[in-house]
Design a binder for this molecule. Structure first.
Ligand SMILES: [Zn+2]
Length: 586
Protein backbone atom coordinates (compact mmCIF):
# COMPACT_ATOMS: atom_id res chain seq x y z
CA UNK A 1 0.00 0.00 0.00
CA UNK A 2 0.98 3.60 -0.55
CA UNK A 3 2.83 4.78 2.55
CA UNK A 4 0.94 8.06 2.65
CA UNK A 5 -2.34 6.13 2.77
CA UNK A 6 -0.96 3.75 5.36
CA UNK A 7 0.04 6.61 7.65
CA UNK A 8 -3.28 8.38 7.17
CA UNK A 9 -5.10 5.17 8.02
CA UNK A 10 -3.10 4.67 11.20
CA UNK A 11 -3.43 8.10 12.74
CA UNK A 12 -6.74 9.59 13.73
CA UNK A 13 -7.26 13.19 12.70
CA UNK A 14 -9.43 13.80 15.75
CA UNK A 15 -6.61 13.05 18.17
CA UNK A 16 -4.01 14.95 16.13
CA UNK A 17 -6.21 18.05 15.90
CA UNK A 18 -7.21 17.53 19.52
CA UNK A 19 -3.68 18.37 20.56
CA UNK A 20 -4.10 21.88 19.21
CA UNK A 21 -7.82 22.53 19.51
CA UNK A 22 -10.34 21.65 22.21
CA UNK A 23 -12.90 19.60 20.35
CA UNK A 24 -16.44 18.78 21.28
CA UNK A 25 -18.20 15.79 19.85
CA UNK A 26 -21.43 16.91 18.20
CA UNK A 27 -22.51 13.55 16.85
CA UNK A 28 -21.32 13.44 13.29
CA UNK A 29 -18.46 15.93 13.73
CA UNK A 30 -16.08 17.23 16.31
CA UNK A 31 -16.33 20.95 16.66
CA UNK A 32 -14.02 23.61 18.05
CA UNK A 33 -12.61 27.12 17.77
CA UNK A 34 -10.60 27.47 14.59
CA UNK A 35 -6.85 27.63 15.26
CA UNK A 36 -6.28 29.48 11.99
CA UNK A 37 -8.43 32.54 12.55
CA UNK A 38 -9.77 34.29 15.62
CA UNK A 39 -13.35 33.39 16.47
CA UNK A 40 -15.62 33.18 19.48
CA UNK A 41 -18.20 30.71 18.22
CA UNK A 42 -16.84 27.48 16.80
CA UNK A 43 -17.04 26.95 13.06
CA UNK A 44 -14.14 24.53 12.81
CA UNK A 45 -15.21 20.94 12.13
CA UNK A 46 -13.32 17.71 12.19
CA UNK A 47 -14.92 14.61 10.71
CA UNK A 48 -13.67 11.28 11.92
CA UNK A 49 -15.32 9.10 9.27
CA UNK A 50 -13.74 10.97 6.37
CA UNK A 51 -10.63 12.04 8.33
CA UNK A 52 -10.93 15.65 7.23
CA UNK A 53 -11.25 19.11 8.79
CA UNK A 54 -12.95 22.22 7.51
CA UNK A 55 -13.40 25.73 8.86
CA UNK A 56 -16.56 27.50 7.75
CA UNK A 57 -15.14 30.79 8.97
CA UNK A 58 -11.90 31.09 7.05
CA UNK A 59 -12.33 28.23 4.60
CA UNK A 60 -9.26 26.22 5.54
CA UNK A 61 -9.66 22.49 5.25
CA UNK A 62 -8.10 19.20 4.23
CA UNK A 63 -6.71 15.99 5.62
CA UNK A 64 -4.48 15.32 8.61
CA UNK A 65 -1.27 16.01 6.67
CA UNK A 66 -2.55 19.35 5.45
CA UNK A 67 -3.58 20.21 9.01
CA UNK A 68 -0.11 19.57 10.36
CA UNK A 69 1.45 21.53 7.49
CA UNK A 70 -0.80 24.48 8.17
CA UNK A 71 -0.56 24.55 11.92
CA UNK A 72 3.14 23.78 12.30
CA UNK A 73 4.20 25.54 9.13
CA UNK A 74 5.76 22.34 7.81
CA UNK A 75 6.51 21.09 4.35
CA UNK A 76 4.62 18.03 3.11
CA UNK A 77 7.46 15.61 3.74
CA UNK A 78 8.10 17.00 7.18
CA UNK A 79 4.46 16.66 8.20
CA UNK A 80 4.47 13.14 6.84
CA UNK A 81 7.60 12.25 8.80
CA UNK A 82 6.02 13.53 11.97
CA UNK A 83 2.90 11.46 11.43
CA UNK A 84 4.91 8.41 10.43
CA UNK A 85 6.71 8.54 13.73
CA UNK A 86 3.42 8.77 15.54
CA UNK A 87 1.96 5.88 13.60
CA UNK A 88 5.07 3.77 14.00
CA UNK A 89 5.54 3.57 10.24
CA UNK A 90 9.03 3.61 8.82
CA UNK A 91 9.19 5.86 5.79
CA UNK A 92 10.96 4.19 2.93
CA UNK A 93 10.91 5.83 -0.44
CA UNK A 94 10.36 9.51 0.27
CA UNK A 95 13.45 11.72 0.22
CA UNK A 96 15.03 9.39 -2.27
CA UNK A 97 16.19 11.74 -4.87
CA UNK A 98 19.53 11.13 -6.49
CA UNK A 99 21.34 13.19 -3.89
CA UNK A 100 19.41 11.87 -0.89
CA UNK A 101 22.43 10.17 0.59
CA UNK A 102 24.57 13.24 0.23
CA UNK A 103 21.90 15.32 1.93
CA UNK A 104 21.72 12.96 4.85
CA UNK A 105 25.49 13.10 5.32
CA UNK A 106 25.38 16.88 5.18
CA UNK A 107 22.70 17.03 7.84
CA UNK A 108 24.77 14.69 9.98
CA UNK A 109 27.82 16.92 9.61
CA UNK A 110 25.81 19.96 10.64
CA UNK A 111 24.29 18.23 13.60
CA UNK A 112 27.74 17.18 14.85
CA UNK A 113 29.22 20.60 14.18
CA UNK A 114 26.42 22.20 16.13
CA UNK A 115 27.05 19.86 19.09
CA UNK A 116 30.74 20.62 18.90
CA UNK A 117 30.27 24.42 18.87
CA UNK A 118 27.69 24.22 21.63
CA UNK A 119 30.00 22.15 23.80
CA UNK A 120 32.83 24.65 23.38
CA UNK A 121 30.54 27.48 24.44
CA UNK A 122 28.91 25.81 27.39
CA UNK A 123 31.52 23.41 28.80
CA UNK A 124 35.02 24.11 27.58
CA UNK A 125 37.39 26.65 29.15
CA UNK A 126 38.26 28.15 25.74
CA UNK A 127 34.64 29.25 25.51
CA UNK A 128 35.08 31.74 28.36
CA UNK A 129 35.54 34.71 26.05
CA UNK A 130 32.30 33.89 24.21
CA UNK A 131 30.38 33.24 27.41
CA UNK A 132 31.43 36.62 28.72
CA UNK A 133 30.48 38.29 25.46
CA UNK A 134 26.99 36.79 25.52
CA UNK A 135 26.38 37.41 29.22
CA UNK A 136 27.42 41.03 28.75
CA UNK A 137 24.69 41.30 26.15
CA UNK A 138 22.14 39.94 28.57
CA UNK A 139 21.95 36.49 26.97
CA UNK A 140 22.06 33.83 29.66
CA UNK A 141 22.54 30.07 29.60
CA UNK A 142 18.89 29.41 29.08
CA UNK A 143 19.03 31.33 25.82
CA UNK A 144 22.21 29.50 24.77
CA UNK A 145 20.23 26.29 25.06
CA UNK A 146 17.07 27.57 23.42
CA UNK A 147 18.98 28.68 20.34
CA UNK A 148 21.72 26.09 20.65
CA UNK A 149 24.34 28.83 20.42
CA UNK A 150 27.98 27.87 20.08
CA UNK A 151 31.55 29.04 19.86
CA UNK A 152 34.12 28.34 17.16
CA UNK A 153 37.79 28.16 18.09
CA UNK A 154 40.08 30.83 16.74
CA UNK A 155 42.55 28.18 15.58
CA UNK A 156 42.58 27.20 11.88
CA UNK A 157 41.10 23.75 11.86
CA UNK A 158 39.43 22.86 15.18
CA UNK A 159 36.17 21.72 13.62
CA UNK A 160 37.70 20.20 10.49
CA UNK A 161 40.03 18.03 12.57
CA UNK A 162 37.20 16.96 14.85
CA UNK A 163 34.97 15.89 11.95
CA UNK A 164 37.74 14.22 9.93
CA UNK A 165 39.85 12.54 12.59
CA UNK A 166 37.20 11.72 15.16
CA UNK A 167 34.09 11.28 13.02
CA UNK A 168 35.56 9.97 9.79
CA UNK A 169 34.20 12.51 7.30
CA UNK A 170 36.13 13.42 4.18
CA UNK A 171 37.60 16.82 3.44
CA UNK A 172 35.47 17.13 0.34
CA UNK A 173 32.31 16.55 2.34
CA UNK A 174 33.16 19.36 4.75
CA UNK A 175 33.87 21.69 1.85
CA UNK A 176 30.56 20.99 0.12
CA UNK A 177 28.79 21.39 3.46
CA UNK A 178 30.29 24.87 3.56
CA UNK A 179 31.96 24.40 6.94
CA UNK A 180 35.52 24.09 5.66
CA UNK A 181 37.43 25.86 2.93
CA UNK A 182 40.13 24.38 0.71
CA UNK A 183 43.56 25.78 1.55
CA UNK A 184 45.98 27.02 -1.10
CA UNK A 185 48.59 24.43 -0.19
CA UNK A 186 46.22 21.48 0.12
CA UNK A 187 44.21 20.53 3.19
CA UNK A 188 41.21 22.42 4.55
CA UNK A 189 40.62 25.02 7.21
CA UNK A 190 37.52 26.11 9.15
CA UNK A 191 35.21 28.72 7.66
CA UNK A 192 34.15 29.95 11.10
CA UNK A 193 36.89 30.93 13.52
CA UNK A 194 36.71 32.80 16.83
CA UNK A 195 33.03 33.52 16.53
CA UNK A 196 29.75 33.13 18.39
CA UNK A 197 27.85 30.55 16.37
CA UNK A 198 24.15 30.74 15.52
CA UNK A 199 22.80 27.51 14.04
CA UNK A 200 20.34 28.02 11.19
CA UNK A 201 17.50 25.51 11.32
CA UNK A 202 15.16 24.25 8.63
CA UNK A 203 11.43 24.10 9.27
CA UNK A 204 11.82 20.68 10.82
CA UNK A 205 14.32 22.02 13.36
CA UNK A 206 17.41 20.45 11.79
CA UNK A 207 20.64 22.44 11.56
CA UNK A 208 21.36 23.29 7.92
CA UNK A 209 23.86 26.10 8.26
CA UNK A 210 25.48 28.63 10.57
CA UNK A 211 25.92 32.30 11.02
CA UNK A 212 28.99 33.36 12.99
CA UNK A 213 29.40 36.71 14.69
CA UNK A 214 32.81 38.06 15.42
CA UNK A 215 33.81 38.49 19.08
CA UNK A 216 35.57 41.85 19.43
CA UNK A 217 38.46 40.46 21.54
CA UNK A 218 39.26 37.83 18.95
CA UNK A 219 38.64 39.89 15.84
CA UNK A 220 41.42 40.42 13.37
CA UNK A 221 41.56 43.68 11.48
CA UNK A 222 38.99 44.11 8.70
CA UNK A 223 37.20 40.90 9.54
CA UNK A 224 33.53 40.97 8.59
CA UNK A 225 31.13 41.20 11.54
CA UNK A 226 29.08 38.26 10.30
CA UNK A 227 29.96 35.23 8.20
CA UNK A 228 27.27 32.88 6.88
CA UNK A 229 27.17 29.40 5.45
CA UNK A 230 27.22 29.47 1.66
CA UNK A 231 24.32 28.02 -0.33
CA UNK A 232 24.50 24.24 -0.17
CA UNK A 233 22.33 21.27 -0.95
CA UNK A 234 20.52 21.83 2.36
CA UNK A 235 20.89 25.54 3.03
CA UNK A 236 19.01 28.13 1.00
CA UNK A 237 19.32 31.67 2.12
CA UNK A 238 16.11 32.72 0.41
CA UNK A 239 14.08 30.38 2.62
CA UNK A 240 15.82 30.92 5.91
CA UNK A 241 13.99 32.59 8.75
CA UNK A 242 16.22 32.58 11.79
CA UNK A 243 14.39 31.76 15.02
CA UNK A 244 11.25 30.37 13.38
CA UNK A 245 11.54 27.05 15.21
CA UNK A 246 11.66 28.85 18.55
CA UNK A 247 9.04 31.45 17.66
CA UNK A 248 6.53 29.27 15.80
CA UNK A 249 4.25 28.57 18.74
CA UNK A 250 4.12 32.23 19.78
CA UNK A 251 3.48 33.39 16.21
CA UNK A 252 0.49 31.12 15.95
CA UNK A 253 -0.87 32.05 19.36
CA UNK A 254 -0.49 35.79 18.87
CA UNK A 255 -1.53 35.71 15.22
CA UNK A 256 1.37 37.91 14.19
CA UNK A 257 5.09 37.86 13.52
CA UNK A 258 7.75 40.51 14.00
CA UNK A 259 10.47 40.45 11.35
CA UNK A 260 13.94 41.81 12.13
CA UNK A 261 17.21 41.64 10.24
CA UNK A 262 19.93 39.95 12.31
CA UNK A 263 20.33 36.99 14.63
CA UNK A 264 21.08 39.14 17.67
CA UNK A 265 18.12 41.42 16.91
CA UNK A 266 15.92 38.35 16.85
CA UNK A 267 17.24 36.92 20.10
CA UNK A 268 17.15 40.22 21.99
CA UNK A 269 13.59 40.83 20.88
CA UNK A 270 12.70 37.29 21.96
CA UNK A 271 14.33 37.85 25.36
CA UNK A 272 12.42 41.11 25.84
CA UNK A 273 9.20 39.13 25.61
CA UNK A 274 8.42 39.54 21.92
CA UNK A 275 8.77 35.80 21.39
CA UNK A 276 7.02 35.99 18.00
CA UNK A 277 10.13 37.39 16.30
CA UNK A 278 12.09 35.96 13.36
CA UNK A 279 15.09 37.30 11.46
CA UNK A 280 15.55 37.25 7.72
CA UNK A 281 18.82 36.44 6.03
CA UNK A 282 19.39 39.11 3.48
CA UNK A 283 17.54 42.38 3.50
CA UNK A 284 14.13 41.63 1.99
CA UNK A 285 11.45 39.00 2.53
CA UNK A 286 11.34 36.52 -0.32
CA UNK A 287 8.24 34.74 -1.60
CA UNK A 288 9.38 31.51 0.04
CA UNK A 289 9.72 33.19 3.42
CA UNK A 290 6.36 34.86 3.06
CA UNK A 291 4.77 31.53 2.22
CA UNK A 292 6.12 29.99 5.42
CA UNK A 293 4.85 32.90 7.51
CA UNK A 294 1.45 32.90 5.82
CA UNK A 295 0.85 29.41 7.14
CA UNK A 296 1.17 30.69 10.69
CA UNK A 297 -0.41 34.13 10.90
CA UNK A 298 -2.08 36.99 9.02
CA UNK A 299 -0.23 40.00 10.36
CA UNK A 300 3.43 40.72 9.62
CA UNK A 301 5.13 43.51 11.53
CA UNK A 302 8.35 44.69 9.92
CA UNK A 303 11.14 46.04 12.12
CA UNK A 304 13.91 46.35 9.56
CA UNK A 305 16.88 48.68 9.48
CA UNK A 306 15.89 51.81 7.69
CA UNK A 307 18.99 53.04 5.98
CA UNK A 308 18.88 53.76 2.27
CA UNK A 309 19.22 50.10 1.27
CA UNK A 310 16.87 49.01 4.05
CA UNK A 311 14.14 51.29 2.79
CA UNK A 312 14.26 49.73 -0.66
CA UNK A 313 14.24 46.25 0.90
CA UNK A 314 11.27 47.21 3.02
CA UNK A 315 9.32 48.36 -0.01
CA UNK A 316 9.98 45.08 -1.77
CA UNK A 317 9.02 43.12 1.34
CA UNK A 318 5.74 45.00 1.62
CA UNK A 319 4.92 44.22 -2.00
CA UNK A 320 5.63 40.52 -1.56
CA UNK A 321 3.55 40.36 1.61
CA UNK A 322 0.60 42.21 0.17
CA UNK A 323 0.63 40.08 -2.93
CA UNK A 324 0.17 37.09 -0.64
CA UNK A 325 -2.75 38.85 1.04
CA UNK A 326 -1.10 39.43 4.41
CA UNK A 327 -1.62 42.50 6.52
CA UNK A 328 1.58 44.54 6.91
CA UNK A 329 2.55 46.99 9.63
CA UNK A 330 5.87 48.64 10.39
CA UNK A 331 7.55 49.44 13.69
CA UNK A 332 8.64 53.04 13.78
CA UNK A 333 11.48 54.43 15.88
CA UNK A 334 13.33 57.64 15.25
CA UNK A 335 16.86 57.15 16.57
CA UNK A 336 19.34 55.21 14.48
CA UNK A 337 19.53 52.22 16.80
CA UNK A 338 18.83 48.66 15.74
CA UNK A 339 16.20 46.39 17.35
CA UNK A 340 18.91 44.53 19.28
CA UNK A 341 19.95 47.70 21.06
CA UNK A 342 16.41 48.93 21.62
CA UNK A 343 15.18 45.63 23.02
CA UNK A 344 18.21 45.13 25.23
CA UNK A 345 18.36 48.62 26.72
CA UNK A 346 14.66 48.99 27.27
CA UNK A 347 12.62 45.82 26.87
CA UNK A 348 9.33 47.36 27.87
CA UNK A 349 9.59 50.23 25.43
CA UNK A 350 10.50 47.76 22.67
CA UNK A 351 7.38 45.77 23.50
CA UNK A 352 5.34 48.95 23.35
CA UNK A 353 6.79 49.90 19.96
CA UNK A 354 5.94 46.49 18.58
CA UNK A 355 2.42 46.73 19.97
CA UNK A 356 1.88 50.04 18.21
CA UNK A 357 3.08 49.47 14.69
CA UNK A 358 2.06 52.00 12.06
CA UNK A 359 0.92 51.58 8.50
CA UNK A 360 3.55 51.51 5.80
CA UNK A 361 2.41 54.94 4.57
CA UNK A 362 2.63 56.54 7.95
CA UNK A 363 6.03 54.97 8.45
CA UNK A 364 7.49 56.29 5.21
CA UNK A 365 6.12 59.77 5.89
CA UNK A 366 7.69 59.84 9.32
CA UNK A 367 10.96 58.53 7.93
CA UNK A 368 10.95 61.15 5.19
CA UNK A 369 10.35 63.97 7.65
CA UNK A 370 13.05 62.61 9.98
CA UNK A 371 15.47 62.52 7.15
CA UNK A 372 14.80 65.73 5.26
CA UNK A 373 12.79 67.97 7.53
CA UNK A 374 10.68 70.63 5.80
CA UNK A 375 12.57 73.84 6.15
CA UNK A 376 13.15 74.65 2.51
CA UNK A 377 11.31 73.94 -0.75
CA UNK A 378 14.15 71.54 -1.54
CA UNK A 379 13.35 69.53 1.63
CA UNK A 380 9.72 69.34 0.70
CA UNK A 381 10.59 68.14 -2.77
CA UNK A 382 12.71 65.38 -1.27
CA UNK A 383 10.02 64.32 1.19
CA UNK A 384 7.52 64.06 -1.63
CA UNK A 385 9.96 62.12 -3.74
CA UNK A 386 10.53 59.61 -0.95
CA UNK A 387 6.87 59.08 -0.01
CA UNK A 388 5.09 59.22 -3.34
CA UNK A 389 6.31 55.85 -4.64
CA UNK A 390 4.58 54.25 -1.65
CA UNK A 391 1.36 56.22 -1.86
CA UNK A 392 1.04 55.60 -5.59
CA UNK A 393 0.80 51.88 -4.83
CA UNK A 394 -2.44 52.31 -2.89
CA UNK A 395 -5.09 50.68 -5.03
CA UNK A 396 -8.15 52.08 -3.37
CA UNK A 397 -8.76 55.65 -4.54
CA UNK A 398 -10.46 56.70 -1.29
CA UNK A 399 -7.63 55.39 0.86
CA UNK A 400 -5.08 57.07 -1.40
CA UNK A 401 -7.02 60.33 -1.10
CA UNK A 402 -6.77 60.16 2.71
CA UNK A 403 -3.01 59.75 2.67
CA UNK A 404 -2.47 62.37 0.00
CA UNK A 405 -4.46 64.79 2.13
CA UNK A 406 -2.39 64.00 5.19
CA UNK A 407 0.86 64.44 3.36
CA UNK A 408 -0.27 67.66 1.73
CA UNK A 409 -1.41 69.06 5.04
CA UNK A 410 1.83 68.20 6.77
CA UNK A 411 3.86 69.77 3.99
CA UNK A 412 1.52 72.70 3.70
CA UNK A 413 1.17 72.26 -0.03
CA UNK A 414 -1.93 71.65 -2.13
CA UNK A 415 -3.39 68.17 -2.58
CA UNK A 416 -3.22 68.65 -6.31
CA UNK A 417 0.51 69.01 -6.16
CA UNK A 418 0.89 65.67 -4.44
CA UNK A 419 -1.49 64.03 -6.93
CA UNK A 420 0.59 65.43 -9.76
CA UNK A 421 3.68 63.76 -8.34
CA UNK A 422 1.76 60.55 -7.79
CA UNK A 423 0.68 60.44 -11.38
CA UNK A 424 4.24 60.90 -12.55
CA UNK A 425 5.42 57.88 -10.59
CA UNK A 426 2.56 55.55 -10.26
CA UNK A 427 0.22 55.62 -13.22
CA UNK A 428 0.84 52.11 -14.50
CA UNK A 429 0.85 50.41 -11.12
CA UNK A 430 -2.46 52.11 -10.37
CA UNK A 431 -3.98 50.64 -13.49
CA UNK A 432 -2.59 47.24 -12.65
CA UNK A 433 -4.24 47.50 -9.26
CA UNK A 434 -7.66 48.22 -10.71
CA UNK A 435 -7.33 45.24 -12.93
CA UNK A 436 -6.78 43.03 -9.91
CA UNK A 437 -9.97 44.24 -8.28
CA UNK A 438 -11.99 43.56 -11.42
CA UNK A 439 -10.72 40.01 -11.61
CA UNK A 440 -11.73 39.42 -8.06
CA UNK A 441 -15.30 40.54 -8.64
CA UNK A 442 -15.61 38.21 -11.58
CA UNK A 443 -14.35 35.32 -9.49
CA UNK A 444 -16.90 35.99 -6.81
CA UNK A 445 -19.70 35.93 -9.32
CA UNK A 446 -18.65 32.51 -10.50
CA UNK A 447 -20.26 30.97 -7.43
CA UNK A 448 -23.77 31.16 -8.79
CA UNK A 449 -27.03 31.01 -6.89
CA UNK A 450 -27.63 27.58 -8.35
CA UNK A 451 -24.31 26.30 -7.01
CA UNK A 452 -25.09 27.66 -3.59
CA UNK A 453 -28.54 26.07 -3.55
CA UNK A 454 -27.12 22.76 -4.70
CA UNK A 455 -24.53 22.74 -1.95
CA UNK A 456 -27.08 23.69 0.68
CA UNK A 457 -29.41 20.95 -0.51
CA UNK A 458 -26.62 18.38 -0.44
CA UNK A 459 -25.68 19.45 3.06
CA UNK A 460 -29.21 18.83 4.30
CA UNK A 461 -29.55 15.57 2.35
CA UNK A 462 -26.27 14.25 3.73
CA UNK A 463 -27.52 14.95 7.24
CA UNK A 464 -30.53 12.80 6.49
CA UNK A 465 -28.21 10.01 5.34
CA UNK A 466 -30.30 8.09 2.80
CA UNK A 467 -33.55 9.92 3.46
CA UNK A 468 -35.73 11.98 1.08
CA UNK A 469 -33.86 10.87 -2.01
CA UNK A 470 -36.95 9.78 -3.93
CA UNK A 471 -38.76 13.00 -3.10
CA UNK A 472 -35.90 15.10 -4.49
CA UNK A 473 -35.71 12.89 -7.54
CA UNK A 474 -39.38 13.46 -8.24
CA UNK A 475 -39.14 17.25 -7.92
CA UNK A 476 -36.03 17.39 -10.06
CA UNK A 477 -37.28 15.10 -12.79
CA UNK A 478 -36.74 16.51 -16.27
CA UNK A 479 -34.54 19.36 -15.04
CA UNK A 480 -30.95 19.49 -16.22
CA UNK A 481 -28.26 20.13 -13.62
CA UNK A 482 -24.68 21.11 -14.27
CA UNK A 483 -21.38 21.79 -12.48
CA UNK A 484 -19.68 19.60 -9.90
CA UNK A 485 -22.49 20.17 -7.39
CA UNK A 486 -25.16 19.22 -9.93
CA UNK A 487 -23.34 16.06 -10.96
CA UNK A 488 -22.86 15.14 -7.34
CA UNK A 489 -26.52 15.67 -6.51
CA UNK A 490 -27.61 13.42 -9.38
CA UNK A 491 -25.11 10.78 -8.33
CA UNK A 492 -26.35 10.83 -4.75
CA UNK A 493 -30.06 10.59 -5.50
CA UNK A 494 -29.41 7.86 -8.06
CA UNK A 495 -27.10 5.86 -5.79
CA UNK A 496 -28.38 2.97 -3.75
CA UNK A 497 -25.77 3.73 -1.10
CA UNK A 498 -27.38 4.81 2.12
CA UNK A 499 -24.15 5.58 3.90
CA UNK A 500 -22.83 9.01 2.98
CA UNK A 501 -19.24 8.48 4.10
CA UNK A 502 -18.73 5.35 2.04
CA UNK A 503 -20.40 7.05 -0.94
CA UNK A 504 -18.00 10.00 -0.67
CA UNK A 505 -14.92 7.83 -0.38
CA UNK A 506 -15.64 6.31 -3.79
CA UNK A 507 -16.09 9.63 -5.60
CA UNK A 508 -13.66 10.98 -8.19
CA UNK A 509 -11.52 13.87 -6.92
CA UNK A 510 -13.40 16.67 -8.64
CA UNK A 511 -16.64 15.71 -6.89
CA UNK A 512 -15.05 14.65 -3.63
CA UNK A 513 -14.05 18.10 -2.43
CA UNK A 514 -17.58 19.45 -2.90
CA UNK A 515 -19.03 16.39 -1.18
CA UNK A 516 -16.67 16.67 1.77
CA UNK A 517 -17.47 20.31 2.22
CA UNK A 518 -21.21 19.56 2.31
CA UNK A 519 -20.81 16.54 4.53
CA UNK A 520 -18.80 18.29 7.21
CA UNK A 521 -21.03 21.37 7.20
CA UNK A 522 -23.20 21.34 10.25
CA UNK A 523 -26.31 23.45 10.35
CA UNK A 524 -28.44 23.12 13.43
CA UNK A 525 -31.50 24.72 11.90
CA UNK A 526 -32.17 21.88 9.48
CA UNK A 527 -35.89 21.26 9.12
CA UNK A 528 -35.66 17.89 7.45
CA UNK A 529 -38.21 17.16 4.75
CA UNK A 530 -39.69 20.65 4.65
CA UNK A 531 -36.33 22.20 4.00
CA UNK A 532 -35.41 19.59 1.42
CA UNK A 533 -38.54 20.44 -0.53
CA UNK A 534 -38.04 24.17 -0.30
CA UNK A 535 -34.41 23.97 -1.42
CA UNK A 536 -35.13 21.57 -4.23
CA UNK A 537 -37.92 23.76 -5.57
CA UNK A 538 -35.73 26.87 -5.36
CA UNK A 539 -33.06 24.99 -7.24
CA UNK A 540 -35.54 23.88 -9.91
CA UNK A 541 -36.80 27.45 -10.35
CA UNK A 542 -33.24 28.67 -10.74
CA UNK A 543 -32.46 26.01 -13.33
CA UNK A 544 -35.71 26.65 -15.23
CA UNK A 545 -35.02 30.36 -15.34
CA UNK A 546 -31.52 29.86 -16.72
CA UNK A 547 -32.68 27.36 -19.31
CA UNK A 548 -35.51 29.64 -20.39
CA UNK A 549 -33.21 32.62 -20.95
CA UNK A 550 -30.89 30.39 -22.94
CA UNK A 551 -33.70 28.93 -25.07
CA UNK A 552 -35.19 32.31 -25.88
CA UNK A 553 -31.91 33.59 -27.28
CA UNK A 554 -31.56 30.38 -29.30
CA UNK A 555 -35.08 30.74 -30.57
CA UNK A 556 -34.23 34.13 -32.02
CA UNK A 557 -31.44 32.57 -34.03
CA UNK A 558 -33.44 29.62 -35.41
CA UNK A 559 -36.34 31.90 -36.30
CA UNK A 560 -33.94 34.00 -38.30
CA UNK A 561 -32.83 30.84 -40.08
CA UNK A 562 -36.39 29.63 -40.58
CA UNK A 563 -35.44 26.26 -39.13
CA UNK A 564 -38.93 24.89 -38.55
CA UNK A 565 -37.79 21.72 -36.87
CA UNK A 566 -35.63 23.50 -34.30
CA UNK A 567 -38.29 26.14 -33.68
CA UNK A 568 -40.75 23.38 -32.91
CA UNK A 569 -38.31 21.63 -30.58
CA UNK A 570 -37.43 24.75 -28.60
CA UNK A 571 -41.05 25.86 -28.33
CA UNK A 572 -42.02 22.51 -26.93
CA UNK A 573 -39.30 22.69 -24.31
CA UNK A 574 -40.38 26.22 -23.38
CA UNK A 575 -43.95 25.04 -22.86
CA UNK A 576 -42.66 22.20 -20.72
CA UNK A 577 -40.62 24.63 -18.60
CA UNK A 578 -43.75 26.71 -17.90
CA UNK A 579 -45.71 23.61 -17.01
CA UNK A 580 -42.97 22.38 -14.70
CA UNK A 581 -42.81 25.71 -12.94
CA UNK A 582 -46.59 25.89 -12.43
CA UNK A 583 -46.52 22.39 -11.06
CA UNK A 584 -44.06 23.25 -8.31
CA UNK A 585 -46.37 23.05 -5.34
CA UNK A 586 -45.71 20.01 -3.27
ZN1 LIG B 1 -10.96 29.28 10.46
Amino acid sequence: MDQVEEIKRKVNIVSVVGEYVTLKNTGRNHKGLCPFHGEKTPSFMVNEELQIYKCFGCGKGGDVIKFLMEIEGLEFVEALEKLAKRAGVELKKLRVDSRGGEKRRMLEIHSLASEYYHYLLTEHKVGEVARKYLLDRGLNEKIWKTFKLGFSLSTWDGLSKFLILKKGFKEGELVSAGLSIKGNRGGVYDRFRGRVMFPLLDSGGKVVGFSGRVIPELARKDEPKYINSPETLIYHKSQMLFGLSQARQAIREKGRVVVVEGELDMISSYVSGVTETVAIKGSALTEEMVERLARLCNLVILALDADEAGEEALRRSVETLEKRGLEVKVVYWSDGKDPDELARKNPSSWRKLVDKPVSVYEWIMKKAFDKWGMETPEDIKRVVKMTVPYLSKIENRVVAEVWVKRLAKKLDVSKERVWEEMEKVGMDSRLRGNDGILNQVQNDEKISRGDKLTERLLTVLFQLEGGEKSLVKKILSGVSLDGAGGKLLVKWIESVDGKVASFIKKLPDELKSVAEKCFINEKEDSLGEKEVVRLTMDLVRDRLHIERVDLISKLEVVEELDDEEKIEEISKRLVWLDKKERGLNY
